[in-house]
Ligand binder design. Sequence first.
Ligand code: PLP
Length: 382
Amino acid sequence: MEKRFETKLLHSTKKNQREIKSKVMPIYQTSAFAFNSLDDLEGFYQGEGNYLYSRVGNPNTDELGQAVAAIEGAVSGIATSSGLSAILVGILAVVKSGEHIIAADDLYGGSFHLLKEELNDLGIQTTFLSFSDLYQVEKSIQSNTKLLFTESITNPLLRVEKLEAVSELAKKYNLVTLVDNTFATPYHCTPLAKGIDLVVHSATKYIGGHSDVTAGVLVGRESLIEKARTKVVNLGANLSPFEAWLTCRGLKTLALRMKSQSFNARKLAEALRGNSHISKVYYPFDEDESGYGAMVSIELSKEIDVSTFFKSLSWVKIVPTLAGVETTVSHPITTSHRALPPEASATLGITKEVVRISVGIEHYEDIINTFEQAIQSAIQLP
Ligand SMILES: *Cc1c(COP(=O)(O)O)cnc(C)c1O
């Protein structure tokens, strides 16, 4: 029988989607998946693959989880709605109410709040300590401690964590280690190769790389990732197919971007080290001196007017995030580290003169000139 108008609106496409061989993964912008028979449906529950419902699993989010797992050297990975939700499900895969975490005291602000407020309210306590002193960390391990949590490169002063030592300590006490590898990326550092158990990314940053998505990824051992996957499903922390697709598109150029951005960052750090109006340049080098990432932090000397400096940066925008292909600056003390008590920020060395630079893929000479000019314009006359 010929279908009526209303029915044609819904049921006129030919069912040959499986025959279409697109070069790149299409976007499976669907909340659920169809089955040909009850046997097929039962097959899903018996673990025969395929998909059921996008909160439970989707080809695009799986592609992202698997791609990051592959470059981090992990067996499994899972994509989530943000870096913070990846951290949350990573923690909940290991720690439950009544148990204890030891975390670095210079963690990303959002991670700090998650631990200090939300998880604390749920009965999970955290001790915050400097991981530069692992002896203190060891002394703070309690009988209910389950997890050590730190970052491979910290924000904004770019301290490089000694991950082998952290993992050794954890193994001695049978603790799980979680490392936020957002700043370093697997281009520079693969924590799992150093014995770390779980690695998390704010894919909003370098993994995506174009400042157009909010996403997270958690990778590690299959058993831990499967526990985290259950948390994603139960908490609704899944990533949307379109954002997963965009992040996968960005990920393809991670090596090209990091190569260019790290090269530019090193050139900028070298130029600014020679500038007498800058009292400190924070930029870590690795053993072969090829540089360690694309973030540079500087401390302006007292004769520089901080707000004039920020106003004089021409095409370099003030943006409280990082890792896009454009060079941007942020002012940690009034943004990411705003909530820190003044004594804590003073102890950490995060003063109002500290500027964090996320170096992009422009020509390095233009980047250097723009910063040198801004410094020149901001010199205060005595
Ligand atoms: C941005 C960031 C996060 C949080 O990621 P979101 O995607 O914003 O949730 C966590 N850790 C680090 C180091 C970050 O820079």
